[in-house]
Design a protein around this ligand. Structure first.
Ligand code: NAD
Ligand code: TYD
Length: 355
């Protein structure tokens, strides 16, 4: 079995389902259930005896030690994090606590467990750290995409906290020989993404007749990847990645935020037209920009393609269509995600941005 952290969040929940559909091995899923963790994301798995959910903090050393000794996982896949840039601007403390201190405690527990294993179990053991392209900072329009040796230049408290965790993971390989793998993925979209992030937020607001807030000029570029392709890439890295190496996972789909919002609106116009027959694009509003907003991210995924034969199966149009269809078909999930905490966040983040 493997131990997954943060498996009730967006990518983690997709990964758990994808894993159980493709492997006989079970999963212990450790998640604190912060505002971003949602047991509804795992609802289809609760009858599967291979899935053991444990509510808890990656920083709770006695708990993690107990889980490791009890379940003896052959790998840890570490998703748990505070993950939203705008929240990191309003309140960075949680990001330092979970992403840096929490990862440190998890690494310490993993190191202790690894050192207690026999040589054969040690050879098979992996610690897969799921990181982001945001640690590299911002690219100019004419710069080549980030590769695995690009320098770290994080610009937000979120990116800085992920960068710090990457450094700790690297150090545990070089200092203690813990067999780590690190992946840096570009922006994901797909089922179960908390609607504070751009694409589900646009869908929620569009359907509610609210404005579609675009920060600044909307010409910032992200490299979008369908979450299912990310999960498949993580399985490849876990299966065949070389310990101590880092791998980029990206969609090769660079799009400006304006292109994203217009594509989402066009899909909604087709699949769920507004009652008045007008386009959802009428709801687009430019609002105050994010402080320190990175202009462009893009990752070169050549290494994982060459070494591990991974390539995305969805392009931007096909992936985004799947995503929009999923939210249209899961209106109850969307309603459930918009709790009191969510409404409070909208107030904090958007009230002072009004044009
Ligand atoms: P998310 O915010 O949707 O989910 C995070 C999960 O971690 C939640 O279920 C939450 O309850 C859990 N968690 C938070 N703190 C915890 C703690 N202290 N102990 C245990 N569980 C805790 O995030 P996501 O978008 O699914 O991202 C998952 C990982 O992938 C993160 O590490 C993120 O940095 C990375 N990543 C995300 C993207 C993206 O586009 N979303 C892209 C690249 C990398
Ligand atoms: P987001 O989904 O928060 O991901 P990240 O900041 O990690 O890339 O944002 C994606 C892009 O969309 C980013 O350039 C910020 C922008 N954005 C908006 O324009 N409006 C919004 O309401 C949000 C949440 C994001």
């Amino acid at each position: 079995m493997i131990l997954v952290t943060g498996g009730a969040g967006f990518i983690g929940a997709n990964f758990v389902a994808d894993w159980l559909a493709n492997h006989a091995e079970g999963i212990v899923n450790l998640d604190k259930l912060t505002y971003a963790g949602n047991l509804e994301n795992l609802a289809t798995l609760f009858d599967d005896p291979r899935h053991v959910f444990v509510r808890g903090d990656i920083g709770d050393r006695p708990l993690v030690d107990r889980l490791l000794d009890e379940h003896r996982p052959r790998a840890i896949v570490h998703f748990a994090a505070e993950s939203h840039v705008d929240r990191s601007i309003h309140g960075p403390a949680e990001f330092i606590q979970t992403n840096i201190v929490g990862t440190f405690h998890l690494l310490e527990a993993a190191r202790g467990f690894y050192e207690r294993q026999a040589a054969t179990a040690q050879r098979a053991f992996r610690f897969l750290h799921v990181s982001t392209d945001e640690v590299y900072g911002s690219l100019a329009d004419d710069e080549a995409a980030f590769n695995e040796i690009s320098p770290y230049r994080p610009n937000s408290p979120y990116a800085a906290s992920k960068a710090a965790s990457d450094h700790l993971v690297r150090a545990y390989f070089h200092t203690y020989g813990l067999p780590v793998l690190t992946t840096h993925c570009s922006n994901n979209h797909g089922p179960y993404q908390f609607p504070e992030k751009l694409i589900p937020l646009l869908i929620v607001n569009a359907l509610a007749g609210k404005s579609l807030p675009i920060y600044g000029d909307g010409l910032q570029i992200r490299d979008w990847l369908y979450v299912g392709d990310h999960c498949r890439g993580l399985r490849r890295v876990l299966a065949a990645g070389r310990p101590g190496e880092t791998y980029h996972i990206g969609g090769g789909n660079q799009r400006s935020n304006l292109e994203v919002v217009h594509t989402v609106c066009a899909l909604l116009d087709e699949l769920h037209p507004r009652p008045d027959g007008r386009s959802y694009a009428k709801q687009i509003v430019h609002v105050a920009d994010r402080p320190g907003h990175d202009r462009r991210y893009a990752v070169d995924a050549g290494k994982i393609a060459d070494e591990l034969a991974w390539r995305p199966t969805e392009n931007f149009a096909s992936g985004l269509r799947k995503t929009v269809c999923w939210y249209l078909d899961h209106r109850q999930w969307l309603a459930g995600a918009q709790s009191g905490d969510y409404r409070q966040w909208l107030d904090i983040n958007y009230r002072q941005r009004q044009p």
